[in-house]
Structures are given as structure tokens and as C-alpha cells.
Ligand binder design. Structure first.
Ligand SMILES: [Zn+2]
Ligand SMILES: [Zn+2]
Length: 318
């Protein structure tokens, strides 16, 4: 009997702990992935705290997964062992419901969620539906790919679905796990990019990441600063702080849009990874081994991570 290491919580708000699990063959239609890296996302807390409907404990979180296909279940086509793949929060689709038949995979009526519907990536192995997979292009390491599976996808997909065109003013509100990627995506997508950051340190970082303008929300009137730049076509809000969002909203220009956090499917994820590889977009990460998952999770909760904690396994190839 072969076992593998996984991190789990046994009850809502419990402590993340390492356990051994038995390695099983992937069921028909699923793929077993040897995990090389998994990012720790703020949304992991929704699952760890038991706030998602229908959760079962023990639970293994983790929906920013990068690894290699280790085994294919019966009937899986188009994938082969050894291929490098990423899995995000959208953990597979039924392919049969009305939404799926219309190609609206993220609205699948039987939508699966990685780390909720099935055990997530804080583990050496994950078994996921084949249609949850996205290919990782050469030139993008597992450690860099992992945070792109949720944080990166969120920014890329929300920015590309706006009405903003090249040269339009796009504001990234909040420079953290999402925002530090949002600035890079916005710049490389050709937008005139303004970072709205708290304090001089974050503003400095945003400039290093390529932002054309920075507004320090601690010392300036965000809305009037945005208006003096011509008004934002898009404000992508990465902070959940309602006050910060209201302070910026008056900075929207003509046809301005305030964007929240749309999700994306595995095709959107593959587009995100390809664009990041093409443009040299990389997350800033703190790497910890899988056995330090509890420490990494606490760093994320305390907002101490700069900017994403990524857990690695012995398999990680950097
Ligand atoms: Zn469906
Ligand atoms: Zn996430």
C-alpha cells in the first residue's frame, strides 16, 4: 500500500495538520496529479472555517495547484502522463447541464470546487476531473504557475472582460496577493495603469511592477486624483474593504466600470498561464514546504505574506 502526505483540518476552524493517506487509482474521467506547488489563497479560509455549503470534514484546502499528471482514469482523452498542469478553484464541469451545453462552464449547475467538492492541493497528490486541468507552458515554473491559478486568473480574466482598450486608464485598487499581479497584467495588456496603494512602501513596489501612476490612499483623495488623470475606465477592486472602494468610486470616468472578482474556467486559466509566460509576469512568493502549511496559512491570515505563500513538495522542480 502506497501512502502520500496531505494536510487537513478535521473540523471547521481547526488547525491544519499533516496526515498520511492511501494513494488510490483515479476514477473514470479523473486524473491524478503529483502536486509540485500550491498557493495559499485568502479564500481557503472560507473552506477551513466551514462557511461553504455542503462541506465535509476532514477537509484538504488548496485551489492554486501546479504539478504533473501522474495517472489517467479510464476514458480520459487528450492528456498524457507527465504533462505539466494547473488546477484552480473551478474543479470541473458536468458537460451536460444547460449552462455547460451553452459553453458557460463556470455556471455549471453541478459545478465542482477544488478543495471543497474533492480534496485540494495541500497534498502530494490530487485527483481531479480531467476537464478541470489547464496546461502550464514551458518557461513557467510550478511555483510561479500556482498563484496564477486563482489570484492571477481573477485579475487577468476580469481585466480582459472590461470595455477598456489599449491606453485607457485602469486602476488596481489594493496592492496585495491579487493587486501585485493585477498591476503587471494591466501594464502588459496595454492599459495606462494606476495603482491605488496604502502607504509609500506599497506605492514604491507598484512602480517597480510597472504602474504608470500611484495614488497613496492614506494621504490623498483617491477619487479626485483619478479624475485629475482623466477618470478611470476601470477600477479593479482587489481590497474587500468597503471604505476603500467607496473612496475610489468617484474616480470613475465616462462608461467607467467597477470590477469585483469574477471566476474563470480551466480554459481561462490556460489563457492566463500562457499570457503570463509570454509577458514574463510572475507572482512574488514566499516558498514553504508542505509540512509548514499551518505556518503559511497563519501568515496569509495575518496579511504578512509578500505576497503569496506557496507550498512545495519534494517533487518540486524550480
Ligand atoms: Zn454543467
Ligand atoms: Zn483563491
Amino acid at each position: 500500500m502506497t501512502t502520500f502526505r496531505a494536510v487537513q483540518v478535521t473540523s471547521p476552524q481547526g488547525r491544519l495538520a499533516l496526515v498520511d493517506r492511501t494513494l488510490t487509482d483515479p476514477a473514470p474521467g479523473t486524473v491524478r496529479v503529483a502536486v509540485e506547488a500550491c498557493g495559499i489563497c485568502h479564500s481557503d479560509a472560507i473552506f477551513v472555517d466551514g462557511q461553504w455549503p455542503g462541506l465535509q470534514f476532514p477537509l484538504t484546502p488548496g485551489h492554486e495547484i501546479a504539478g504533473r499528471i501522474d495517472a489517467l482514469g479510464a476514458g480520459v482523452q487528450g492528456w498524457r502522463e507527465g504533462e505539466r498542469v494547473a488546477i484552480g478553484a473551478s474543479g470541473g464541469y458536468c458537460e451536460q447541464c444547460r449552462s455547460c451545453r451553452r459553453g458557460e462552464l463556470v455556471h455549471c449547475e453541478a459545478r465542482m470546487v477544488t478543495g471543497a467538492t474533492f480534496p485540494g492541493g495541500f497534498a502530494e497528490y490530487v485527483v481531479a476531473p480531467a476537464n478541470a486541468l489547464a496546461r502550464i507552458p514551458d518557461g513557467l515554473s510550478a511555483v510561479d504557475a500556482a498563484p496564477l491559478a486563482c489570484a492571477g486568473l481573477t485579475m487577468f480574466n476580469s481585466l480582459r472582460r472590461t470595455g477598456a482598450g489599449p491606453g485607457d486608464l485602469v486602476a488596481i485598487l489594493g496592492i496585495g496577493g491579487l493587486g501585485h499581479l493585477g498591476v503587471q497584467f494591466a501594464v502588459k495588456m496595454g492599459f495606462r495603469t494606476v495603482a491605488i496603494a496604502r502607504g509609500p512602501e506599497k506605492s514604491h513596489l507598484a512602480r517597480e511592477l510597472g504602474a504608470h501612476h500611484c495614488i497613496d490612499s492614506l494621504t490623498s483623495d483617491v477619487a479626485s486624483e483619478l479624475q485629475s488623470l482623466g477618470g478611470a475606465r476601470v477600477i479593479a477592486a482587489t481590497a474587500t474593504n468597503a471604505e476603500a472602494i467607496s473612496a475610489a468610486i468617484g474616480g470613475l470616468g465616462l462608461h467607467g466600470e467597477l470590477r469585483g472578482h469574477p471566476v474563470g474556467d480551466s480554459n481561462d486559466l490556460e489563457d492566463t498561464l500562457n499570457f503570463a509566460a509570454l509577458q514574463g509576469i510572475k507572482p512574488m512568493v514566499e516558498v514553504l514546504p508542505l509540512e509548514k502549511a499551518a505556518d503559511g496559512y497563519q501568515r496569509m491570515l495575518a496579511n504578512q505574506a509578500r505576497f503569496r505563500v506557496v507550498l512545495t513538495t519534494a517533487d518540486t522542480d524550480r
